[in-house]
Write a protein that binds this ligand. Structure first.
Ligand code: DAH
Length: 341
């Protein structure tokens, strides 16, 4: 009996908590506490109990009825607007809502954009789906050139009038070099950060989608020394004033001479460690003096102007900066990863 009373009490309180109007309140009051209400019925049924039981259960039932009446009265007053819902402590900490934040790729991209803007560079955007011409041919990489093998890409399944596939997902931000020259001419300096794609068998170091940051500067008398100075400024900004830049010859079809750019390893300071594979150097960009053929494709007089171009592996910079061991995490949308930044 005792349990039954408690159960009914809880049920009534639960229903009372859901009441939203005086009308609902009235219906509930009649149903439970009215003359013919559930609770009155229960009290009546006590007559069948022994005197002893009637005493204890009767008292309990009465106590519960009083408690319920008190609760009903409270709710009525709240509904009539005579009473506020309860005490509100404004000094308690609020409920923290989940908030998004900037992706590590974007953090590093923004930082570099700011730096280049401070050096007078424009920041440009370019198409991710690009013509074979701008991605390869204009960059001195003719069809069937072996240099294409290194950048096996995704072709868009649509043939041109000559029956060739000529739309590709850009494999490099270098695709914007000629577009920028055609549009702005010389003198000009710009950077182009953006997404690139390659048909890769993915693993911890390879991903089909990644980011680069391209830079182009053309003008009268622009030399390799200018290029090294700009790249040194970037390296020192990224890894501190002690950082040095080392350029080593490397072939890229669109520059001559071309160079592989390395910076002093920021973990060991050049002594050699696991990150730099004991070399003391980290490879972070490709660069070189723009090939005359590329200047020509850009409509620039190669006899009057010279220029340099460079391309940073933006994804690689992010992985190095945050010590990310698996490139695939960056695009995984995994909150356990993203919430760490
Ligand atoms: N586009 C090259 C790549 O994806 C990187 C590069 C090398 C860019 C040399 C340049 C450059 O502008 O001059 O591997």
């Amino acid at each position: 009996m005792k349990e039954k009373l408690e159960k009914i009490k809880n049920e009534i309180l639960e229903n009372l908590a859901k009441v939203k109007s005086l009308e609902e309140w009235q219906n509930l009051e009649v149903k439970y506490l009215g003359r013919k209400g559930v609770f009155t019925e229960i009290l009546r049924s006590l007559t069948g109990l022994s005197i002893e039981e009637r005493k204890t259960i009767g008292k309990l039932a009465n106590d519960i009825k009083l408690e319920l009446q008190e609760n009903f009265k409270n709710v009525a007053e709240i509904l009539e607007g005579k009473k506020s819902v309860g005490f509100v402590d404004p000094t308690l900490p609020g409920i923290k809502l989940p908030q998004g934040h900037i992706h590590p790729m974007t953090i590093v991209q923004n930082e570099l954009e700011d730096l280049f803007i401070s050096m007078g560079f424009m920041v440009l955007d370019g198409p991710e789906m690009e013509s074979d011409y701008y991605n390869f041919e204009a960059l001195n990489i003719p069809k069937h050139h072996p240099a294409r093998d290194m950048q096996d890409t995704f072709y868009v399944d649509k043939k041109n009038d000559e029956g060739e596939l000529d739309l590709v997902m850009r494999t490099q931000t270098s695709s914007m070099q000629v577009r920028a020259m055609q549009k702005y001419g010389a003198p000009m300096r710009c950077v182009i950060p953006g997404r690139c794609f390659r048909s890769e068998a993915t693993d911890v170091r390879h991903e089909h989608t990644f980011y680069q940051l391209e830079g182009v500067m053309v003008g009268e008398g622009i030399s390799l020394a200018n290029m090294k100075s700009v790249l040194e400024t970037v390296a020192k900004h990224l890894y501190g004033p002690e950082t040095q830049v080392r350029l080593r010859p490397k072939f890229y079809p669109f520059v001559e001479p071309g160079a592989n750019g390395e910076v002093t390893c920021f973990i060991c300071g050049g002594k050699g460690c696991r990150l730099c594979k004991d070399t003391g150097w980290l490879e972070i960009f490709g660069s070189g003096m723009i090939h005359p053929n590329v200047l020509k494709a850009g409509g620039i007089d190669a006899k009057k102007y010279t220029g340099f171009a460079f391309g940073f592996g933006l994804t690689r910079l992010v992985m190095l900066k945050y010590g990310i061991g698996d490139i695939r995490l960056l695009q995984s949308d995994d909150l356990r990863f993203l919430e760490q930044f």
